[in-house]
Design a protein around this ligand. Structure first.
Ligand code: SAJ
Length: 451
C-alpha cells in the first residue's frame, strides 16, 4: 500500500513539473468494451492518467462526444466525474506507456479461445513499448494460452517486457462495484511482474489481491464460470424432472439451499451472455477426453430454449391457437441488463415456427436484434392488444409489476423465470388463462412453502 501511495505522489509531482519531458499515459487500456471502459474509468478516477484505445472509430467518436456506448449502473456518473479531470484520453492506437492493459473480446472458435484480437493488441504495442513495459491481459483466454501463446508474443515485443494475467470477474449489471470490491487474482511469469501488476490494481481495488502463476490464474477464471454452468445445468435438469415427478423445482431448490453446504442455482430458458456458454469450453478444450461433465452441462443448458419452444408449440396446439401471435417478454440474456449476446430469448424466437409472429418487448433493449426477421420489437401496449400467448424469458424487475388485466387476448403464459407471484398465477387461472411455469408441474400440490 505504502509503495502505491508513494508512486501516486511521484506522478503528481511529475505532472506539476512543467519542464519535465513529456511522458506518455501511465496506463494504456486497449479495448473499450464492457470491461476495458469501466476499468479505464476507475483507474482515471483513482488519479492514474489513462489513454483508452479502441480500433472501432465510431465508438471513439461517440466517447469523444461524451456518450457512453452501453449502459451499466453507475457508469454514467463515473464517466461525468472523470471527464472533468482530463485524466482520460482516447486514441485509435497505443502510445508509449509503462502499463498496457488489454481487454479485447476473445470469441470461441471450435473448442478454443480465438486470440486474434489479443495478439493484434499485443502486436500494436511492439513499436513503442518502453523498457520493462508491463502487459496485463484481462480478456478471458484458454487455460494454456497465457503461457503457450501470449507470453512468447509479449517477450517478442522486447525481452524485458512483463506479462500478467488478471482475468476480469465482474458481473454485468454490477460491474463497477464488483471491480472495486471483488477479490482479484493476478497470474504472472515472475515475482516482479506479479508485484508490479498488483501495485496498479491496488489503485482502485478494495478486495484482496492474490498472486499466482499464469496458468492457475486462467484456471481460476474458467473454473468460476464452469462451476456456474454445471450448477445451472443441474437446476435445469431438476426443473424437467420436477415437471414429470410432480414437485416444484423452485421450492425444492430454495429448501435445499437452506443446507449450509448447498447452493443450487436457478433454472431458466437457457444460459446466455458472452461468458457462461463459452468459457467452459476454454477449460474443457485443454483436455476434451476428461471433460465430459463440463461438455454435458453445456449441452443441457444449450437445449433449454428448444425445451421452452416445445412448450409453446404444445400449448398452441392444446388451445387450438391458429395464426399465433406470441408476446416475448425479455430479449436480453439476463435480468436488468441491455446485452443481447447469446440471449436465450432470441434463440427461442429463432426456434419457433416461421409462421409465428413474435412481438418482443424489453424495457432495456431499444433496437431490433439483427438476423431475427420474425421478431418485432414493440411497446408493451402492443402486447396488451395482440398477444395470445406470452413467454417470460427474462426476470427484469419491470416484469414482476405487470398489470396482467391489460392483456386482452391472453390465452396462456409461460413463465420460465418464476416471475409471476402466486396471487398473479391464481388471478390468471381464474380468467381461464393457462399458466405454465418452468420447473412446476401443471397441477402442483397445494401445500404452501413454509420457510
Ligand atoms: N443463469 C441461470 N440461472 C442462474 C444464474 C444465471 O439460468 O441461477 C443464466 C442467466 O440468466 C444468464 C446466464 O446464466 O443467461 C449467465 O448469467 P450470469 O449472471 O450467471 O453470468 P454473466 O455471464 O453475466 O457473468 C459471469 C459472472 N461469473 C460468475 O459469477 C462466476 C461474472 O462474474 C464474470 O465476470 C462474467 O461471467 C465473465 O465475464 O466471465
Amino acid at each position: 500500500m505504502r509503495q502505491v501511495a508513494k508512486h501516486h505522489i511521484d506522478v503528481k509531482k511529475k505532472n506539476a513539473n512543467m519542464s519535465a519531458p513529456q511522458v506518455g499515459p501511465e496506463v494504456t487500456v486497449l479495448g473499450l468494451g464492457y470491461i476495458g471502459l469501466p476499468t479505464a474509468l476507475l483507474l482515471a478516477d483513482a488519479g492514474v492518467r489513462v489513454r483508452g484505445v479502441d480500433v472501432d472509430r465510431s465508438k471513439l467518436r461517440r466517447l469523444k462526444a461524451g456518450r457512453l456506448p452501453f449502459a451499466e449502473p453507475g457508469l454514467d456518473k463515473l464517466w461525468r466525474r472523470v471527464q472533468q479531470t482530463g485524466a482520460f484520453s482516447f486514441a485509435d492506437r497505443p502510445s508509449p506507456s509503462p502499463y498496457y492493459l488489454i481487454a479485447v473480446p476473445t470469441p470461441r472458435r471450435h473448442h478454443r479461445a480465438d486470440l486474434q484480437m489479443v495478439m493484434a493488441a499485443v502486436g500494436s504495442i511492439k513499436a513503442q513499448a518502453p523498457p520493462r513495459a508491463m502487459v496485463i491481459i484481462e480478456s478471458t483466454v484458454g487455460v494454456l494460452d497465457p503461457v503457450e501463446k501470449i507470453l512468447p508474443a509479449v517477450k517478442s515485443i522486447r525481452p524485458d517486457a512483463r506479462l500478467a494475467y488478471c482475468p476480469e470477474r465482474a458481473l454485468p449489471g454490477n460491474t463497477l462495484s464488483e471491480m472495486v470490491y471483488n477479490d482479484r487474482v493476478i497470474g504472472a511469469d515472475d515475482e516482479a511482474a506479479g508485484r508490479q501488476a498488483a501495485q496498479l490494481y491496488r489503485r482502485f481495488v478494495k478486495g484482496k489481491i492474490s498472486r499466482t502463476d499464469l496458468t492457475t490464474a486462467a484456471a481460476v477464471k474458467l473454473l468460476e464460470n464452469t462451476y456456474r454452468s454445471v450448477n445451472i445445468a443441474l437446476a435445469n435438469q431438476l426443473a424437467q424432472i420436477a415437471e414429470h415427478a410432480g414437485f416444484d423445482a423452485w421450492q425444492a431448490i430454495e429448501l435445499a439451499n437452506k443446507h449450509p453446504r448447498v447452493n443450487v442455482h436457478r433454472p431458466g430458458p437457457g444460459v446466455g451472455g458472452h461468458c457462461l456458454p463459452i468459457d467452459p469450453w476454454f477449460l474443457a478444450g485443454a483436455d476434451l477426453d476428461h471433460s465430459s461433465l463440463i461438455r454435458l452441462a453445456l449441452e443441457i443448458n444449450a437445449a433449454m430454449p428448444r425445451y421452452v419452444a416445445g412448450r409453446v408449440g404444445a400449448l398452441a396446439a392444446q388451445l387450438r391457437l391458429s395464426s399465433l401471435t406470441i408476446g416475448l417478454l425479455g430479449l436480453s440474456y439476463k435480468a436488468d441488463v441491455d446485452d443481447i449476446r447469446e440471449s436465450p430469448g432470441l434463440e427461442l424466437a429463432a426456434l419457433l415456427d416461421k409462421r409465428v409472429t413474435v412481438l418482443a418487448h424489453d424495457p432495456h433493449v431499444t433496437s431490433r436484434p439483427p438476423d431475427h426477421p420474425n421478431i418485432r420489437l414493440v411497446p408493451l401496449s402492443q402486447l396488451h392488444r395482440q398477444a395470445q400467448l406470452v413467454v417470460i424469458a427474462v426476470d427484469h424487475q419491470e416484469f414482476s409489476k405487470l398489470d396482467w388485466g391489460k392483456f386482452r387476448r391472453l390465452k396462456a403464459v409461460i413463465d420460465t423465470r418464476q416471475t409471476l407471484s402466486p396471487t398473479t398465477v391464481e388471478e390468471l387461472r381464474a380468467r381461464q388463462v393457462v399458466v405454465s411455469q418452468l420447473g412446476v408441474p401443471q397441477a402442483p400440490k397445494k401445500v404452501p412453502i413454509r420457510l
